[in-house]
Design a protein around this ligand. Structure first.
Ligand code: SAM
Length: 305
């Protein structure tokens, strides 16, 4: 390996520079930032602490960990898998190869759902395709009266989601179950009972998966990405198959891919029980969040014209 070796003394600052240059050589986009993040994570220090004590020698075990992390980054392993966590809605969540890494646009989805649930004292909410549990855990934390149901087809993902629910002390308000979309919760007790269905489903058209960055394409679970031929296979099923679970006036809230908002809105609008949906932009001003309510006393999502 081209690194300084674990026998030599090396200080924090010098190690960051060494890591930066290795990461730059293998094409990592923000090599200094990632070098700092890796070392800060391993040493449990902030960025300013790292440099304030920049001459402090880094122990051999920490150096070996860093060198291994750098090699993994060079192979395209996402930084979040190496450090083992990600921040979502201000919560630190465990992530690893079992799960899709939560993205910032999904925070827009959670914000919108929290606003929509403002009037409900103890809403019952289903999160379909929960992954690491980011949506379900964040909703449980942010809506203290809420009870959550969370499904995923991947039992590995559900294990991770349960760990995150436990970590944030909301495990007693979330029921996890493995299965295809609504199947685990398609029970008489839940029919016409849900206040909301939320999902960030797989929506990448299958022929586009090969063009994704290698971090995503080669390392994140394929089942979290694959939206079938047109990307809408799972979204279409979510729209069509969940209606009977929602109470009158119940909320459907989805994240969709770029350029999918019109198709999903039209599908929702074409089905009798829903009012025409409202779309919300993500931080990049793309229409990525869709909200619709089943027709009842309150026919439209908040803020719709
Ligand atoms: C894009 S990831 C989203 C994960 C997480 N909810 C988030 O927001 O980051 C989609 C998730 O849906 C799950 N999934 C894919 N197909 C499914 C199906 N037919 N039924 C249930 N879950 C499914 C995947 O395992 C994955 O965890």
């Amino acid at each position: 390996m081209a690194h300084g070796g674990s026998g030599e003394e090396i200080g924090r600052r010098a190690l960051v520079l060494e890591a930066e240059s290795r990461l730059r050589l293998c094409g990592v986009e923000s090599p200094r930032r990632e070098a700092e993040l890796l070392l800060c994570h391993r040493l449990g220090v902030s960025r300013s602490e790292l440099y304030l004590e920049g001459d402090l020698a880094v122990g051999p075990e920490d150096r070996v960990w860093l060198y291994q992390g750098i090699e993994q980054r060079c192979e395209g392993v996402p930084l979040q898998y190496i450090v083992g966590d990600v921040e979502f809605m201000g919560l630190v969540l465990k992530v690893d190869r079992r799960v899709f890494i939560p993205r910032s646009e999904t925070e827009v989805l959670v914000d919108a759902v929290v606003a929509e649930l403002a009037d409900a004292a103890s809403p019952l909410v289903l999160d379909v395709g929960t992954g690491c549990g980011n949506i379900a855990v964040a909703l449980a934390v942010l809506v203290p009266g809420a009870r959550l149901l969370a499904s995923d087809i991947s039992s590995d993902a559900l294990d991770c989601a349960r760990e995150n629910a436990h970590l944030h002390q909301v495990g007693d308000r979330i029921t996890f179950a493995q299965g295809d979309l609504y199947a685990p919760f398609d029970l008489p007790v839940y029919r016409s009972r849900l206040d909301a269905i939320v999902s960030n489903p797989p929506y990448v058209p299958i022929h586009e998966i090969g063009q994704l960055p290698r971090e995503v394409r080669d390392h994140e679970p394929r089942v979290a990405l694959d939206g079938g031929d047109d990307g809408l296979a799972v979204l279409g099923r979510l729209v069509r198959e969940g209606r009977h679970l929602l109470m009158p006036g119940g909320l459907l809230a989805f994240e969709v891919g770029e350029a999918q908002a019109d198709a999903v809105s039209e599908l929702i609008g074409s089905l009798g029980p829903y009012g025409y949906p409202k779309t919300i932009h993500d931080y990049a001003h793309k229409e990525r969040i869709i909200l619709a309510r089943t027709r009842s006393h309150r026919q439209t999502p908040r803020g719709e014209r």
